[in-house]
Design a binder for this molecule. Structure first.
Ligand SMILES: [Zn+2]
Length: 309
């Protein structure tokens, strides 16, 4: 069983303005590094399907899904929040991104693949139940988690979020949900200024100061995430895989390296092998320094695919 790689050409057509950091070139940077590293030849590629209203409504009220459909412009750009906009292709890109989450979950839980990576945009972890925010429209990783529970009957799903920004949307959706444990690290204080005030018991939030690097990150994973995950015994590991805590990424002020992304994936793979039959599904979130994004995503994918040994 190898690794599925899910993307779609429509995810390249979503654009939020000429100088917006969340841009189509991000996906191309990952493709370039998959070729340069020869990792791409070991993956099985799939086109992302469109998510259905039923799949989205497990996470967002159906009124929200309808409002997004209605907001989609025929021409030009419409802003949903100061950082988040829709062009005429955005609706389909967002439906593909959430649809990738569903397909990836199906492929892994039907045992066709042991892991899957979704190279999709827009990202999802800032989208709350009722609000688009921070480049995100539908919460893709949440759609995967709810699909695993509702369609496959899983009892316990872990969401691992190593994006430099706190996944406030994912927390909003799952706080107090006994089916989900969310483990995250994020720069704090920093956008979206959440995650530190009395988080629910199923949230393992580790705020890290600006300037934190490998040492602080690895300590958080070993001392906070791993014991909580071993206690929770997830049947599936989902990643909100953002690569913007990289030292080369000037969106934030953390100092992770390519190797840290391989390392954290190895640690989570150990958890997956102990409790979840090795099953892992990863959704792209942030990462804006193109070269660092491509290289770091490939380090992550390499471990998902067992190509690092
Ligand atoms: Zn981010």
């Amino acid at each position: 069983m190898n690794t599925a790689f899910i993307t779609h050409a429509e995810c390249l057509k979503h654009e939020m303005g000429a100088h917006h950091p969340e841009r189509p070139a991000r996906l191309a940077a990952i493709e370039d590094q998959l070729i340069a590293s020869a990792v791409g030849q070991h993956l099985t590629r799939f086109d992302a399907p469109l998510a259905t209203d039923e799949q989205l409504a497990r996470v967002h009220p159906i009124e929200y899904v309808r409002a997004i459909r209605e907001a989609a412009p025929e021409h030009g750009t419409v802003h949903l929040d100061p950082d988040t906009a829709m062009n005429p292709h955005t609706l389909h890109a967002a439906l593909r991104a959430a649809g990738a989450a569903v397909l990836a979950t199906d492929l892994v839980l039907e045992r066709k693949f042991s892991s899957a990576f979704c190279s999709v945009r827009p990202p999802g972890h800032h989208a709350t139940r009722v609000r688009p925010m921070g480049f995100c429209i539908f919460n893709n990783v949440a759609v995967a988690a709810r699909h695993a529970v509702a369609a496959h009957g899983l009892e316990r799903v872990a969401i691992i979020d190593f994006d430099v920004h706190h996944g406030n949307g994912t927390e909003d959706i799952f706080e107090g949900d006994p089916h989900v444990l969310m483990a995250s690290t994020f720069q704090h204080p920093f956008y979206p200024y959440s995650g530190t005030e009395a988080p629910a018991g199923n949230m393992v939030n580790v705020p890290l100061a600006a300037g934190s690097g490998s040492r602080e990150f690895r300590e958080a994973v070993r001392e906070a995430w791993m014991p909580a995950l071993d206690e929770f015994r997830p049947e599936l590991i989902l990643f909100s895989a953002g690569f913007d805590a990289h030292v080369e990424d000037d969106m934030a002020m953390m100092r992770l390296t390519d190797a840290d992304y391989g390392w954290v994936t190895e640690q989570m793979k150990e958890i997956a092998e102990r409790h979840a039959q090795g099953r892992m599904v990863s959704m792209l979130e942030g990462g804006y320094a193109l070269s660092a994004l491509g290289r770091s995503a490939v380090q992550h994918i390499k471990v998902l695919a067992g190509l690092n040994a």
